[in-house]
Structure formats: C-alpha cells, structure tokens
Design a protein around this ligand. Structure first.
Ligand code: HEC
Length: 169
C-alpha cells in the first residue's frame, strides 16, 4: 500500500519536473516568436538601408548635376514675369491696396506714410521709399511690416512702372 503513495519529497520533485517541462515548452514558443520578430526587424532594416542608399545616390547625383548645369540660363531662369508697360490703376494700385493701404491709408497713416491716392504715392516714389522699402534696400524699413515680402514679380512690376516715370495710367 505504502509503495503506491509518493513520499512528500518525490511529490515535489515530480511536480518540479512537470513544471520545468511546461516552462520549457513555453520558452520554445517564445523563441519562435523571437525569431519571427527578429526576421521581421531584419527585413525592415534592409528596407531602411536600401532607402538610405537610394537617397545618398540621389544626393550625389543632384550635386553632380548642379555643377553640370551651373550655366546662366539655369541660374537666372526666365520667371515668366511680365513687367512691361505697367499700369498704375491696373497693376500698381491693386498691389498697394493688398499689401500697404491697411497701414498707410489717409486714416491709418502709420509712420506718417500715406499711400492713398496717386499724388501721395508719387511723393514716396520721389523719396525712393516706396521701392526701397518693398525691396528691403539698405536704409529703408522693410515693407510690408511684419508680413511676407511681396512676390519678386510684383516688386519687378512696381520697379518697372517707376522706371517708366510712374505714369498715372
Ligand atoms: C502692418 C502695417 C504695415 C504695412 C502692411 C505696411 N507698412 Fe509701411 N510702415 C509701417 C510702419 C509702422 C512704418 C513706420 C515705422 C518704420 O519705418 O518701420 C512704416 C513705414 C513705411 C515707410 C517709411 C520707411 C522708412 O524707412 O522711412 C514706407 C516707405 C512704407 N512704410 C511703405 C510701405 C509699403 C510700400 C507697403 C506695402 C508694400 C507698406 N509700407 C506696408 C507699417 C506698415
């Protein structure tokens, strides 16, 4: 009868054995998972490596072509800006209305500069302040104040209008 009964010690041992066996099988599942994750990471890494290589090849290619095309036409491309025969009423006035009059109307008159009406505009053409400020030339406050610069093409148009004698056309 007694031989069928396990002593407390054998009971513990066999329980431990069962326990470690169970844990071992758990580990092997985990190992498989690890391998899968590692494979996944490896393929991610090779994709990232490939992208990195392509980018550096592209960068080198850009640098090389930038040197090749270092010619005048490329450096000063025709911007398609039509600054011939500029009209005060159709070209200049709308630009002043959009960019300047909010601060330089007769009412606002910021910095004691009024650009409302052709005669007033002409005063600041005469001082050089109109073009100097929108171009940001030395000695002039850059205008429009606290706002993005006017587009180069629009500055070119105003410059061309002044060159033509700032006609009231
Ligand atoms: C947000 C308000 C604001 C806008 C928009 C603005 N200005 Fe001014 N402007 C000022 C103020 C304030 C002054 C006076 C302080 C200064 O000279 O910086 C001034 C000064 C000037 C002066 C005198 C500059 C000098 O150095 O003596 C000129 C010329 C002028 N503005 C032209 C313009 C023109 C042209 C535009 C549109 C392209 C424009 N401003 C848009 C606020 C503005």
């Amino acid at each position: 009868m007694q031989s069928h009964l396990k002593s407390p010690q054998t009971g513990i041992l066999s329980a431990q054995r069962q326990h470690t066996g169970h844990r071992k099988s758990l580990y092997s599942v985990r190992d498989l998972q690890h391998i899968a994750v590692r494979r996944h990471l490896y393929s991610m890494k090779s994709i990232i490596d490939t992208i990195g290589k392509l980018l550096s090849i592209g960068l080198v290619a850009c640098l090389i072509t930038a040197c090749y095309y270092d010619v005048e036409e490329e450096l000063y491309p025709d911007t398609g800006c039509d600054s011939e025969d500029i009209s005060y009423s159709e070209d200049v006035l709308p630009l002043l209305q959009t960019h300047c009059l909010v601060c330089h109307s007769q009412m606002a008159n910021f910095g004691n500069i009024n650009l409302e009406g052709y005669d007033q505009v002409l005063v600041h053409v005469g001082t050089g302040g109109l073009l100097g400020s929108i171009r940001g030339d030395d000695g002039w406050s850059v205008m429009p104040q606290g706002r993005p610069r006017m587009l180069d093409c629009n500055i070119e148009k105003i410059a061309s209008w002044i060159e033509d004698g700032a006609p009231n056309n």
